[in-house]
Design a protein around this ligand. Structure first.
Ligand code: ADP
Length: 261
């Protein structure tokens, strides 16, 4: 619990800080991009092609920086969740094209969800984002190819049968597994820290897993990482089961009855 609090405070502080900086940067980059655009349009066919190429490069750099600040802004805002009863099997099926396009040809992907999967109560867009983040990390860990598995299953957690970090209850566990580089325990200990990244500048922000962590916590769930250097990584998202349909309908009815009565 203390670890969770520390992590939440860190995210809060980073959120405030990056929000302000990213906002100002975004404005400045808009000015830079606008001006490059103006100059580019003023160049005519007789202009030095090297000048045009330099401007192109400057534009590409500025646009990459703008994309990065957009991600920082999204992180700092961490839009309020809009939880809905969500069918994860359908959500995964809907993501299959996107996931396939996000990986490389040398990676084989398998998506599996059983037919009797429970519903969960989460923000479906944020869940898609989280899964996409995990898939991209998996891809980056498998530069030489490998297997990516996205799988979901029901779990009844009781004292003694499940990892200690999970409170007793019903969960749908979404697992993203890769056969990539894996991580040392020292790295695993740092991956939820905002801005922790081992990727080169411009490739990673170090915000992906912090966002996944924030999403899971805000949804009343957990994230757990199992990683073996040289063998691969599994990230498990534990998402609390939604109150079942019948119970929910009954509860709604009784609320109406009270209001009417
Ligand atoms: P980013 O992907 O921008 O670096 P993340 O927070 O998503 O930010 O990940 C932080 C770091 O954790 C990565 O730079 C990488 O070192 C490590 N990591 C995350 N996922 C994996 C994975 N599936 N396999 C190996 N390392 C990983």
């Amino acid at each position: 619990a203390e670890e969770t609090l520390r992590q939440a405070q860190k995210m809060e502080a980073v959120g405030h800080l990056t929000g302000g900086i990213a906002h100002d940067f975004n404005n400045l980059l808009t000015i830079i991009i606008g001006n490059i655009d103006t100059v580019t349009r003023r160049l005519d066919s007789s202009s030095d092609p090297r000048a045009k190429r330099s401007l192109d490069n400057a534009l590409k750099g500025a646009e990459r920086a703008a994309a990065l600040t957009q991600r920082l802004l999204a992180f700092s805002r961490r839009q309020a969740l809009d939880p809905k009863r969500t069918d994860i099997a359908r959500l995964l099926a809907g993501m299959s094209d996107l996931l396939t396009r996000s990986i490389t040809e040398t990676i084989a992907i398998r998506i599996h969800a059983p037919g009797d999967l429970w519903n969960v109560e989460v923000d479906p867009h944020q869940l898609e984002n989280a899964i996409l983040n995990l898939a991209v990390n998996a891809r980056d860990a498998m530069a030489d190819g490998g297997n990516l598995t996205v799988e979901a299953h029901n779990l009844v957690a009781e004292a003694g049968n499940t990892a200690a970090f999970v409170e007793a209850g019903h969960y749908v566990v979404v697992s993203v597994t890769d056969t990539g580089t894996g991580m040392t325990p020292e790295t695993v200990a740092k991956v939820f820290d905002p801005f922790f990244t081992t990727k080169e500048v411009g490739k990673g922000t170090g915000l992906g897993l912090s966002m996944v962590y924030g999403f899971a916590k805000q949804s009343g769930g957990y994230v757990h990482i199992d990683s073996v250097p040289g063998a691969g990584t599994t990230v498990d998202l534990y998402l609390p089961r939604a109150a079942d349909g019948e119970a929910e309908a009954a509860a709604e009815e009784s609320v109406q009855a009270i209001e009417l009565g």
